[in-house]
Design a protein around this ligand. Structure first.
Ligand SMILES: [Zn+2]
Length: 148
């Protein structure tokens, strides 16, 4: 049902999220081919809210690389991080129960994968867990494990 390109969201939909000055060696957020800009934004905001030391993340939609986005860029663009915006860079909120963010936590859960051989290798984030094909580490090609 999801094969073919008809259901794919055009890549330039996500261009607004790309920070061309963001680091490109960080973890990757991999979204389904039919993910919307809302999905991407909610997932990225959820990750940044939970991964409080993460400054930049690469985006891929349906296996196609979009580019990187950063915490500071999203804050600039959308006012995320402003008081009451449901997004914070301070520790505490959401630390105990995963990538929760008002308005997004009921839609999906962001899953975090880690390299089993070297914790320094970039993590990967996915919105949908597919047991049949775990992500491969970009640094050493090991099958990555779901972080708990
Ligand atoms: Zn690795």
């Amino acid at each position: 049902m999801s094969e073919g390109g008809d259901l794919s969201t055009p890549l330039d939909t996500f261009e607004i999220l790309v920070d061309h000055e963001a680091a490109t060696d960080g973890p990757t957020l991999r979204l389904a081919p039919n993910a919307t800009l809302d999905d991407a934004l909610a997932a990225v905001a959820g990750i940044f809210a939970h991964e409080t030391r993460l400054e930049a993340i690469r985006l891929a939609v349906g296996g196609r690389s979009i580019g990187s986005t950063s915490r500071s860029y999203l804050r600039l663009l959308f006012g995320l991080g402003a008081p009451g915006a449901g997004f914070t860079t301070t520790r505490g909120i959401g630390d105990s129960d995963g990538a929760t963010l008002p308005g997004s936590s009921t839609r999906f859960v962001v899953l975090r994968y880690l390299c089993p051989t070297d914790a320094a290798h970039p993590a990967e984030f996915r919105v949908v867990h597919d047991d049949g094909s775990p992500p491969r580490c970009v640094a050493c090609d090991a099958a990555m494990g779901l972080a708990t």
